[in-house]
Design a protein around this ligand. Structure first.
Ligand code: PBG
Length: 332
């Protein structure tokens, strides 16, 4: 034995043995990503005939009513878990009337989509006012410009009923108002919509990674959302928000964004029994796309690695702009 070879007590322990062949690696793999776990967020814009590209999200568009239907038919074909719909109205006002109007763009889109795909997909809708308000906040404002929690709750209750009448399967309250899950649940139940489920955006952080989304929905927001979305450093508080939402009747809870909050996803997964969703947000999408466009990163394996990391952290369901593409990659 040479001086440089360390002495070992027994045979070398060889984890590499399980990495010998693709078949063996596949068999012992701990984490999988499946099409059924992926939800595709889709934007529909009032008053356009052709889809419009979103410059900061290459490959993602604002749909017209008809191009939206092609996208959801494809999502169903690919076996995705669902779609999450966001509406961009032609006109906005201080109270976000377009969100409640039965003829508002989102409510019409829900009806169209349900007619197109039936039960093949879970049809979800964003339940928040920011796409509909001219000030861009997720709620109604007080005369001095603060977001009024309880008046906003009343608007969310009406919005929930409008989406229910349109035929939605699941609503996604995303405005981070206190008590929003309880109010939405009560409104749905009082309207005999006990089967409509709630995906609560429970631990939602005031994140720079939402940047490209603001272009996607033509947001008019000035300032920030720090009085309602959470401070990025707060994991324990994220768990508190999750537990409150579960107590109020959330059927699923969500952590958002995903990548910078994998530890929060893990804590939540270990603390509740409901399914946990994570939102792989616009900025996470765009930064990978931008690097890939420059040839700095190998796009397809990077997409799958990101989604795998979110699953490994504990997410049961992932909202991702790559849902359709990932389903195609996973099928080959
Ligand atoms: C609020 C909402 C936002 C996102 C989803 N729902 C924006 C925000 O809170 O500012 C962001 C999604 C993304 O960045 O992909 N309606």
């Amino acid at each position: 034995m040479s001086d440089t070879t360390p002495e070992v007590a027994g045979p070398v322990v060889r984890p590499r043995r399980l990495r010998t062949t693709p078949a063996l690696r596949r068999m012992v793999g701990e984490t999988s990503v499946e099409a059924r776990q992926l939800v595709l967020p889709l934007f529909v814009r009032e008053g356009i005939d052709e889809p419009r590209p979103i410059a900061s999200m290459p490959g993602v568009v604002q749909h017209s009513r008809s191009s939206l239907l092609r996208a959801v038919a494809e999502a169903a074909e690919l076996g995705l878990g669902g779609v999450m719909l966001f509406g961009i109205p032609a006109t906005k006002d201080a109270v976000g009337s377009g969100a409640i109007d039965p003829a508002g763009v989102l409510n019409l889109a829900i009806t169209d989509v349900v007619a197109e795909v039936g039960d093949a997909l879970t049809v979800m809708s964003d339940l928040c006012l920011d796409e509909f308000t001219d000030h861009g906040h997720c709620g109604l404002l007080t005369p001095d410009g603060r977001v009024d929690n309880d008046r906003t709750l009343a608007a969310y209750a009406q919005m929930a009923l409008a989406q229910a009448h349109a035929g939605v399967d699941m609503v996604g309250p995303s405005g981070m108002m206190d008590g929003q899950v309880a109010v939405v649940r009560a409104a749905l139940d009082a309207g005999e919509h006990t089967d409509i489920s709630i995906l609560a955006y429970s631990a939602k952080y005031a994140s720079a990674f939402f940047g490209p989304f603001r272009e996607a929905v033509d947001s008019s927001l000035q300032g920030d959302r720090r009085t309602y979305q959470q401070d990025p450093g707060n994991a324990r508080e994220g768990l508190r928000e999750v537990l409150l939402d579960v107590a109020q009747g959330a059927d699923l809870v969500m952590v958002k964004p995903a990548l910078a909050y994998l530890d929060v996803i893990r804590r939540v997964r270990d603390s509740v029994d409901v399914p946990v969703a994570a939102y792989n947000v616009s900025g996470e999408y765009s930064m990978l796309e931008a690097a890939a466009a420059r040839g700095w990163i190998d796009r397809e394996p990077a997409i799958l690695e990101m989604l795998t990391s979110i699953r490994r952290a504990g997410a049961d369901v992932i909202l991702t702009y790559w849902a359709a593409e990932a389903a195609r990659l996973l099928a080959r």
